[in-house]
Design a protein. Structure first.
Length: 269
């Protein structure tokens, strides 16, 4: 057999990767800047610490928003006129001054007791004065002094006992020291009730017009009734007539019998 008939082995040549032609490269679209930005932002890569901070900031902002809204909705003075705000501020200043005067009076009494040569006589004098003051508060003695007269007319019968009680409380808060209504002396334990065709005070029926005689500082009492949303405006909404008159002398002469307590006894020796 001749050598020409023997098959020759071809050397192993590694296959070379095919190079892309210009046509294949053109087939892949290039990403725009906006698409690359979107691909970088989504899906978001948020760490645990960043997530906790975001939740805390959200809760803080929500709490501040609720607090601000609650304060705005509950403010009774929102939208009040400047002169009304000034009047309310003057009333608060007046109440503060009355408390300071009372504190000063008590301190003066203590100093007088400590410095008096005859402490027994000074104590007796202060006891008599205190008894007189307590008699006025308890309604067992008559009183007179500056104050106001408040007259409420109720032609349609819309005024109720709770409204008169609110009026009484407002007068007391403004510094009223003695009050009588239609001949009935009003004291700390007085109560109001609705009666047929009228209002009852401590079980005594009174009918309109309701007249308050009030001893106290007129410059404090009258503005307290006329504050925005106060007594006068509330009664006028019920179509009641309200008239307030200042006076240099108000006489409160309706008396109450002194009541002996059933159980309480003095603890002094």
């Amino acid at each position: 057999m001749s050598t020409n008939d023997t098959p020759s082995e071809e050397p192993n040549v590694p296959e070379q990767p095919l190079k892309e032609g210009p046509e294949e490269r053109a087939a892949e679209p290039e990403q725009t800047g906006r698409q690359r930005l979107a691909a970088g932002l989504w899906p978001p890569r948020v760490s645990r610490a960043q997530l906790i901070v975001a939740v805390l900031l959200f809760v803080l902002g929500l709490g501040l928003a609720i607090q601000v809204r609650s304060y705005s909705d509950s403010s009774a003075l929102r939208g009040a006129r400047q002169e009304d705000l000034v009047r309310i501020l003057d009333e608060l200043d007046g109440r503060t001054k009355r408390l300071e005067d009372e504190k000063q009076m008590l301190e003066d009494q203590r100093r007088e007791l400590e410095s008096s040569s005859n402490q027994a006589e000074e104590a007796r004098r202060q006891t008599v004065e205190k008894e007189r003051q307590l008699g006025i508060l308890a309604g067992t003695v008559a009183a007179q002094g500056p104050g106001i007269t408040l007259k409420i007319t109720d032609p349609k019968g819309q005024v109720r006992s709770d409204q008169l009680l609110d009026t009484l409380q407002e007068l007391r808060a403004a510094g009223a020291e003695a009050i009588q209504i239609n001949g009935v002396r009003v004291v700390a334990g007085s109560y109001f009730s609705d009666e047929g065709g009228g209002i009852g005070i401590d079980g005594q029926k009174i009918s309109q017009p309701y007249e308050f005689r009030v001893i106290g500082k007129p410059q404090d009492l009258e503005p307290a009734l006329n504050i925005p949303g106060g007594v006068v405006q509330t009664l006028e909404k019920e179509q009641a007539g309200v008239a307030v008159t200042r006076s240099a002398k108000i006489v409160v002469d309706a008396l109450r019998a002194a009541k002996q307590p059933d159980y309480a006894r003095s603890s002094s020796p």
